[in-house]
Ligand binder design. Structure first.
Ligand code: URA
Length: 429
């Protein structure tokens, strides 16, 4: 078989066989197929798409490209959630301890920030002492003791995704439905949990811009999960505006703690409760109503907060009540006019946070954990000229000028109050 012929076949719109897809993944991982052929393959898939069967075969080839985690010792209560990526999305920090406090086994691997979107592992590393690189023995022993551990993608898990994702990031082939579906589901299958809830985001800050595209992606991933004997469901959620008010690593952990203390912004709380309800319902095989009662109880009686503290201390935090270093500088952005905020482009606001130092512009950049944005006004809010819209935080004062420009470019104003958009668009089972 020749890679040239596989690329040409996809370029011309034909379906690939399982053998051809296996040949590509095996060759790309062992280095016999070079980046330039893999790039051409991804671009052909971007334009011509893949059938459900091809996507499933690509997912399985990627899932089996390296080690897989065996969680069978924890029985049927293993639970995982995955977001397709957003701005201000700190849901794992809240959903994982809620579910763990209710007996779900959260043995979880998470990612770092990517482009304009943040990553759970970077956020956790803003907690002094927190170790995101446990050895397999430490990982399993912590899960056995307290029912929760979250680590970065270590070792040889889905090496095909690691290589392909880095390649897609620089070849404009991230936002392809079959490539996203196979990337996410290969990691979920390799990570071993029996029950999976996918948070598929749509909108300006998401890779899928419309709810219809997000629904197509969700359906494809749910089908793959089920075909591999995982209880998989998806929530399609709104990312037309950042989730919550805080964006940036330490700022997001602080906001997650506010929610775990029964406070915090309503939109974040609502999405977290919806995700936790879904995950508890599928994992414990109980009705959504019963699961909602349990998750609300865990949140409002602070059972989930106690689990969060137990978790971070087990994973190295120097204290159960972390304090975060403040950014050296802050800068206030005020409203340029009277009216309402019509929209706030979440991707542009995510880029603004990256400019402040909260994300990486290049692969090896160091993150400023204190950098980010606190939003004082959000889409739909009434404003008067001069009102505080947001505060920017950074250790690099010279980033404020560019960040403010980008931030204001992200906003649209109107004289009339805009209609409210739903937070949860649909549940896909
Ligand atoms: N998240 C992933 O893990 N992979 C993608 O392709 C997109 C979002």
């Amino acid at each position: 078989m020749r890679m040239y012929d596989v690329i040409k076949k996809k370029r011309d719109g034909f379906s690939l066989t399982k053998e051809e897809i296996d040949f590509f993944i095996k060759g790309y991982v062992d280095g016999t197929i070079p980046d330039y052929q893999a790039s051409a393959f991804c671009m052909a898939v971007f334009y011509k798409g893949m059938t459900e069967e091809e996507t499933a075969n690509l997912t399985m080839a990627m899932a089996n490209s390296g080690d897989t985690v065996d969680l069978s010792r924890f029985g049927t209560l293993t639970a995982d959630k995955h977001s397709t990526g957003g701005v201000g999305d700190k849901t794992t920090l809240i959903v994982a301890p809620i579910c763990a406090s209710l007996g779900c086994v959260m043995a979880k691997m998470s990612g770092r920030g990517l482009g304009h979107t943040g990553g759970t592992i970077d956020k956790l590393e803003s907690i002094e002492g927190f170790n995101t690189a446990l050895s397999p023995e430490e990982f399993f022993s912590q899960v056995e003791k307290i029912g929760i551990a979250v680590v970065g993608q270590t070792g040889n898990l889905t090496p095909a995704d690691k290589k392909l994702y880095a390649l897609r990031d620089v070849t404009a082939t991230v936002d392809s439905m079959p490539l996203i579906a196979s990337s996410i589901m290969s990691k979920k299958l390799a990570a071993g949990s029996k029950n999976i809830v996918l948070d598929v985001k749509y909108g300006s800050g998401a890779f899928m811009k419309t709810p219809e595209d997000a629904e197509g992606l969700a359906k494809e991933m749910v089908k793959i999960g089920k075909a591999c004997a995982r209880n998989t469901t998806a929530l399609i959620t709104n990312m037309n505006r950042p989730l919550g008010n805080n964006i940036g690593n330490a700022l997001e952990v602080q906001e997650a703690l506010e929610v775990l203390n029964g406070e915090g912004p309503e939109d974040l709380k609502e999405v977290c409760l919806a995700l936790a309800t879904q995950l508890v319902s599928v994992t414990k095989n109980i009705s959504a109503e019963a699961a909602r009662r349990l998750t609300e109880d865990a949140l409002y009686t602070k059972k989930a907060l106690a689990k969060f503290k137990e978790w971070i201390v087990a994973q190295g935090s120097v204290t159960p009540d972390p304090v975060f270093k403040k950014a050296d500088h802050s800068y206030e952005i005020t409203a340029p006019c009277d009216g309402y905020i019509l929209s706030a482009d979440a991707e542009k606001i995510g880029v603004c946070a990256v400019i402040l130092g909260a994300g990486r512009e290049k692969k090896d950049d160091t993150i400023d954990m204190s950098a980010g944005i606190i939003l004082n006004k959000k889409t739909g809010d009434k404003i008067n000229k001069g009102d505080l819209l947001a505060t920017l935080y950074s250790c690099n004062k010279s980033s404020f000028e560019n960040a403010e420009k980008r931030f204001l470019e992200a906003l649209e104003f109107s004289e009339n109050e805009p209609p409210k958009e739903p937070l949860i668009y649909k549940v896909i089972k």
